[in-house]
Design a protein around this ligand. Structure first.
Ligand code: FAD
Ligand code: NAD
Length: 460
């Protein structure tokens, strides 16, 4: 009879689950991974980070080519070749997913291609009826698109990010619902490949998790590129008739109605806990639906851990991996460090990008930390001027007494790369004076950091 008891069982073989399985396997012999997906690989590789960034990069190259004149170039026709764009994405993703599949299928693990659910505190049942037990479990089942209760939305054939990432034709016109990261990254992608885009956001600013200053820069860039952006709205209803979507909403006291042949629902994602039998295992969830975990990612059932999108609080890949590693070390009796969200690094892959790290001004104020802040705009910086990349700014926040860098923000071309200089500073608790010893090379985008650092050093 095949094995039914394991040292460690992971449900979900995405970024978080694989990190947990690999870490547990360092010291445990019998580790199983269960994944019910038709194609193995997880969200990041198959329908998240990697396909979206592959397409977004092509759209950025196209955008630059279309700006040829600005650079003294004649590029008479530059346009998206949709089947070729799609094929490039497929080829790129295939390489990543094959590698992940090899890892999951390696003899280091026992892999079950099934859906799993808990039937009691220490037993899971696969959809073929097999029952498995383990000393410890990891739930890493990810997230699914959510459909908020907007009248009509659930009944219409809207697209999700999955559909946009599979496009092999150019949608002439599309309405994008939402102003979160998925909505913004894909709205700009669609606009740049040539679609007419109407974007509708509920809050006064898009990207409401970011600072209003950062969001304002992206809003300006979107409007300059021709995205018809509405913020501060209330969606009232959605209809689909004769191949056309109608979205009705309120904006500045007016009832507005927009129409397009395509509709992208980017109104958020929710933790994938349906059918997992959490109740049977004594696992509690938060109001948001995320699995309730302590700092070691342990759930209310101490035998069971959770990581990644299903656990929150930040649905980004490196956090899923860090949580998975912490959890597996803890479960296997090794020293484990909690994930430090005070040095969290985040990137929004619009153009300009937003990179952020550490604590923001609201968090510093809430915690009563005295801080100094300085910023510098890219429209007054040599390298960005010669690159025609003048949107945005950098900002540094440092402890008023010690000069330790506590947070930073960068809104600019390649801001997701630039922020990593400050991510190192925040994580290693570097002081402003230490950072001024760095050889900031000229002319680079990165040297812009030296200006706010100098301003803060002068004030200290
Ligand atoms: C369009 C888009 C772009 C994104 N871009 C970025 C980005 O640029 N950077 C970034 O950091 N993050 C990005 N994200 C978020 C990132 O993809 C996720 O945070 C991350 O992939 C989550 O990993 P995970 O391990 O929690 O879940 P997943 O990778 O989703 O893995 C969950 C796995 O569990 C399996 N599963 C589910 N239920 C069961 C069950 N009952 N039994 C067995 N198996 C089950 C699924 O088949 C799946 O393989 C993006 C997301 C989207 C949608
Ligand atoms: N670059 C990256 O790291 C990256 C890229 C893509 C996604 N992600 C992750 O994926 C997760 C999901 O992203 P997302 O953009 O789908 O979700 P989100 O929760 O960030 O955004 C959802 C948007 O929909 C709006 N919304 C929700 N309900 C609404 C309603 N009833 N009426 C009007 N508006 C409504 C919200 O205000 C918000 O703007 C995020 O947490 C993000 O961290 C990360």
């Amino acid at each position: 009879m095949s094995q039914t008891h394991f040292d460690y069982i992971v449900i979900g073989g995405g970024s978080g689950g694989y990190a947990a399985a690999r870490t547990a396997r360092e010291t445990r012999e019998h580790v199983a991974i269960i994944d019910g997906a038709e194609t193995l690989g997880g969200l990041c590789i198959l329908r998240g980070c990697m396909p979206s960034k592959t397409l977004i990069y092509s759209a950025e190259v196209l955008h630059l080519a279309q700006q040829g004149e600005k650079f003294g170039l004649q590029i008479p026709t530059a346009k998206a070749d949709m089947p070729a764009l799609h094929q490039r994405k497929l080829d790129t993703i295939e390489e990543f997913s094959e590698y992940r599949q090899e890892q999951l299928q390696s003899e280091r693990f026992t892999l079950f291609r099934n859906h799993a659910k808990f039937i009691d505190a220490q037993t899971i049942q696969l959809d073929d009826g097999t029952r498995l037990t383990a000393n410890h479990f990891m739930i890493a089942t990810g997230s699914t698109v959510s459909v908020p209760p907007i009248p009509g939305l659930a009944e219409v054939p809207y697209w999700t990010s999955d559909d946009v990432l599979e496009l092999d034709f150019l949608p002439q016109k599309i309405i994008v619902l939402g102003g979160g990261i998925v909505a913004c990254e894909l709205a700009q992608f669609l606009r740049r490949i040539g679609s007419e885009v109407i974007q509708i956001q509920r809050s006064p600013h898009i990207l409401k998790e970011m600072s209003p200053e950062a969001a304002s820069v992206i809003e300006q860039a979107f409007r300059d590129e021709g995205i018809q952006l509405y913020t501060d709205t209330a969606l009232t209803s959605v209809q689909h008739q004769n191949g056309s979507f109608t979205v009705n909403f309120e904006h500045k006291g007016q009832a507005i109605s927009v129409r397009a042949p395509h509709l992208l629902n980017a109104l958020g994602r929710r933790p994938a806990t349906d059918g997992l039998g959490l109740k049977a295992a004594g696992i509690s969830t938060l109001h948001s639906g995320h699995i309730n975990c302590n700092a070691m990612q342990q759930t209310s059932n101490p035998r069971v851990y959770a990581c990644g999108d299903v656990a929150g609080p930040h649905e980004i890949v490196h956090v899923a991996i860090m949580q998975g590693e912490t959890a597996a070390k803890h479960a296997t009796g090794r020293a484990a460090e909690r994930v430090d969200y005070d040095s969290l690094c985040g990137v929004v892959f619009t153009d300009p990008q937003i990179g952020s790290v550490g604590l923001n001004e609201n968090q510093l104020k809430e915690r009563g930390i005295e801080y100094l802040s300085a910023d510098y705009p890219f429209d007054d910086h040599g390298k960005s001027i010669l690159m025609e990349a003048k949107y945005g700014y950098v900002k540094v926040l440092a402890d008023k007494n010690t000069g330790v860098v506590l947070g930073a923000e960068c809104v600019s071309k390649d801001g997701g790369e630039l922020i990593h200089g400050m991510a190192i500073a925040v994580t290693l608790k570097a002081r402003v004076h230490d950072l001024l010893k760095v050889h900031w090379y000229h002319p680079t985008l990165s040297e812009i950091w030296s200006y706010p650092l100098e301003d803060i050093a002068d004030e200290l």
